[in-house]
Design a protein around this ligand. Structure first.
Ligand code: PFF
Length: 454
């Protein structure tokens, strides 16, 4: 699964960073932090990102480089070797990635909706009134609109993957990246100058542990998996692209640091605006990002232009993350059915995912009566997938990792010839991966289940 020649060292980083940074950081993280009470949860999250998340990320990258295949094939090889049905873990990862892509496409469709709204706003005579009227009502009332937007997003990703122009897209995205970073910093600074800053700082950085409950651990671990794109074999596929002289633990560490910084910046962007509203309920709503941002753009000169640029960049980031997911799916399909061409595999993946997209897209309309635990279909999908299934798939990946590589292989891939530190780090990493992470994942799932039936 080696990549073409343009792929410099920097671009490999971008692949991993690009898959990690996306809607998970900017859309999902703020409302998960809001839902779980702020500072204490943030602290718990950061701790888990650098223990459970980082250890599994490094394992996935190393497994990909050694196996040079996708997770499906690696798990099948381990099954044959060990004569045990480990291939189920590979299948579970793949199944999750299909459903996550469907879910992710619907949210990307929401971004697309805002993008078009800001575009229309540019041509409106009374721009300010127009921007302040942008909201989610049209989306909430129409499953077909959500499905149509998600389809546009998905078909575009399918087209990029099928035509083999992923690398060209990534180049465009790379050029856009500095704009996104600068825009993000400007917006955070503007948001930070609102009167609510001191309340926000207290909310985010003064940990009140009484706000944590039995589900918090599971929510934090689930989000770590989602935001670092773990448990689905994505990073396994990327690991197979990295050159042999690349020190993968350092790659994993840098990706985790960048992803965490982006997530914290998203909090600093969204919460000062959200705190302007009187209702606390609003913090915990998945519509938090979409509800907040237009209120900031109204206050900025040329806000409609900034808004357009922001949602364009956010959408490109979502396309980038989705393409990674789709590519891994296609690579796994091709591993399994060697006769299938790349185009056929992409078509198969796109149609399959499109079909599943119907469920989250029509969650608020056609399936609005279908409530489990008082939650809508899309909320249940988010929770079951991210808080339960991803961590379980993570456990499977850990098992496959230890079965597919012996201690000498692991050591060889982890320890950097130059760095003396990595010798000591190796033991810490193995301990965290073998004992600490599985124990926390099992505890998190058990606590969530207790909370459910309580
Ligand atoms: N990590 C991405 C984000 O935070 O937006 C989401 C994601 C992308 C999850 C790709 C899973 C994945 F395979």
């Amino acid at each position: 699964m080696r990549r073409g020649s343009w792929a410099s060292r920097f671009s490999f980083y971008l692949l991993a960073v690009g898959s990690a940074c996306g809607l998970g950081n900017i859309w999902r993280f703020p409302h998960v932090v809001g839902e779980n009470g702020g500072g204490a949860f943030l602290l718990l999250y950061i701790f888990l990102a650098f223990t459970v998340g980082l250890s599994i990320l490094v394992a996935e990258l190393i497994m990909g480089r050694s196996g040079e295949h996708g997770i499906l094939k690696i798990s099948r090889l381990v099954s044959v070797q060990q004569k045990k049905p480990f291939y189920w873990f590979g299948r579970l990862s793949l199944l999750i990635s299909v459903v996550i892509l469907a879910y992710y496409s619907v949210i990307s469709g929401w971004v697309l909706h805002y993008l078009t709204q800001f575009l229309v706003g540019l041509f409106n005579e009374d721009r300010l009134t127009y921007i302040s009227s942008i909201d989610m009502t049209a989306l909430k009332n129409s499953g077909s609109l959500q499905f149509a937007l998600a389809s546009v997003h998905l078909l575009l990703c399918g087209l990029v993957v099928a035509r083999g122009v992923v690398e060209r897209f990534e180049k465009i995205f790379t050029r856009m990246l500095p704009i996104l970073v600068i825009l993000f910093i400007i917006l955070v600074m503007r948001s930070f100058s609102l009167d609510t800053t001191s309340d926000v700082l207290r909310f985010l950085f003064y940990p009140d542990f009484s706000k944590l409950n039995l589900s918090s651990l599971g929510r934090a671990i689930g989000h770590v998996f989602f935001t670092l794109s773990l448990g689905m074999g994505i990073m396994v596929t990327y690991g197979s692209y990295f050159k042999d002289n690349e020190h993968l633990p350092s790659v994993g560490f840098r990706v985790t640091v960048i992803d965490t910084i982006v997530s914290i910046m998203a909090l600093l962007l969204i919460f000062p605006i959200a705190f302007l509203s009187e209702s606390n309920h609003y913090f915990t709503d998945p519509a938090l990002l979409f509800g907040s941002l237009p209120r900031l753009f109204v206050k900025i000169p040329y806000g409609e232009f900034f808004g357009l640029l922001f949602f364009l960049c956010l959408w490109l980031a979502a396309v980038n993350a989705s393409i990674g997911l789709m590519e891994a799916l296609v690579a796994n399909l091709k591993d399994k059915y060697s006769k299938v061409s790349r185009n056929q595999a992409t078509l198969l993946a796109t149609i399959g995912v499109l079909f599943i997209t119907i469920i989250p897209a029509y969650s608020g309309t056609l399936f609005s009566k279908l409530k489990v635990f008082n939650q809508s279909v899309i909320e249940n999908l988010d929770s079951v997938l991210i808080n339960y299934l991803l961590p379980i798939a993570g456990l499977g990946l850990i098992i496959i990792f230890f079965k597919s590589l012996n201690d000498t292989d692991r050591r060889g891939k982890f320890i950097d010839a130059k760095g003396k530190n990595s010798q000591a780090m190796y033991h810490h990493w193995v301990w965290v991966l073998k004992w600490f992470s599985p124990a926390l994942i099992i505890l998190a799932i058990a606590l969530q289940l207790i909370n459910l039936i309580k």
